[in-house]
Design a binder for this molecule. Structure first.
Ligand SMILES: [Zn+2]
Length: 327
């Protein structure tokens, strides 16, 4: 008889929490719980009830608030420090990219010849910022480095290793870009490929780290629209690199006399002769860099989600409910 009764009960009356299934019947909500639809605070109401404002069943709001998956993962030793480190890494990567971007803008042919004094000042500070961000990136790496006792292949050590190598290449690349004499030839732009390669490696390291840490944020795990895929950012850097190669191909013979068909003609931009191919390469890098920066802003937002989930994880279903009656 009890079995029959159980099977007739609506599904809503049992929810799966991190401590297993919980019967909601006869239990109240004892923690502040915003209604999933309208935000009304459901604290004090019956767990099987509906929102007095909009009629959404309370179990739906409970389901939306809890995160059993996170609670089932092994706890982190210092979640707050890990959260800060992850958000710090995201912001440093964004700032470093902006630094290199400003440096590159300052060295476009038609900027560098117009306002040399300003260019020197801004580009030096920009490349210094890019390199400094790379250097500062080692601070979160130290924070994230697992304690010596734990030798778990899933503890993110490989990701941190790849990230460290990426940051080193980035810093060296920034130095090369800065030191390489710009006026000598158009080939200085090739030097940009070094920090960009470092950037791709750094992102690959971050991706490996986030596979471990990001699982603890329900929003990061489940959001399909605002979640920035790191692979897409790496492809974006790839497009910047291809664009640079196209610029180089386009500018290699732009000073010569007759142009070949694949140079796509000649343009006069700000008094400078540019081949169509060089312009195409430039357009490609500009579009890729803009998309990259937007993606990195999203990445920082994702890191903020992860930090919030680590510092203040959602209460367990059992904590939301009054103890079951009769126990
Ligand atoms: Zn409501």
């Amino acid at each position: 008889m009890a079995l029959v009764e159980h099977s007739r009960r609506p599904v809503d009356e049992v929810l799966i929490g991190s401590d297993g299934p919980e019967r909601l019947e006869g239990r109240g909500i004892r923690l502040p719980l915003p209604c999933k639809r309208c935000g009304y605070d459901l604290q004090g109401l019956a767990a099987t009830g509906v929102c007095p404002e909009c009629g959404t069943p309370a179990p739906r709001s409970l389901e939306a608030a809890i995160d059993p998956t996170t609670h089932r993962l092994p706890p982190l030793l210092a979640p707050e420090s890990v959260g800060n480190a992850v958000l710090g890494l995201g912001c440093l990567i964004l700032l470093a990219t902006l630094g290199l971007m400003v440096f590159q803008i300052m060295h476009l042919d038609w900027t560098v010849n117009r306002i040399p004094g300003l260019v020197r000042l801004v580009s030096t500070s920009a490349i210094f910022m890019a390199a400094a961000c790379g250097l500062l990136g080692f601070w979160p790496i130290i924070k994230l480095w697992p304690t010596p006792g734990t030798v778990d292949p899933r503890d993110g050590r490989r990701g941190l290793g790849v990230l460290s190598i990426g940051l080193l290449i980035w810093i060296v690349g920034c130095g090369l870009v800065w030191l390489f004499p710009i006026s000598s030839s158009g080939s200085w732009i090739l030097m940009l490929l070094v920090p960009l390669l470092g950037g791709i490696l750094s992102l690959e390291g971050l991706r490996k780290i986030l596979i471990q840490i990001g699982a603890r944020s329900r929003l990061f795990r489940t959001d399909r629209i605002r979640r920035q895929r790191i692979r897409d950012l790496m492809i974006g850097i790839g497009f910047v690199m291809v664009g640079i190669l196209v610029i180089l191909m386009g500018s290699s013979r732009s000073s010569g006399g007759s142009s070949v068909w694949w140079m796509l003609g000649r343009f006069n931009i700000g008094g400078e002769q540019q081949s169509g191919l060089a312009f195409l390469g430039l357009a490609m890098t500009v579009v890729a860099v803009v998309l990259l920066v937007i993606g990195l802003v999203y990445l920082c937002m994702n890191m903020a989600w992860i930090r919030r989930a680590l510092i203040a994880p959602p209460p367990r279903l059992r904590e939301y409910l009054d103890p079951p009656s009769g126990s």
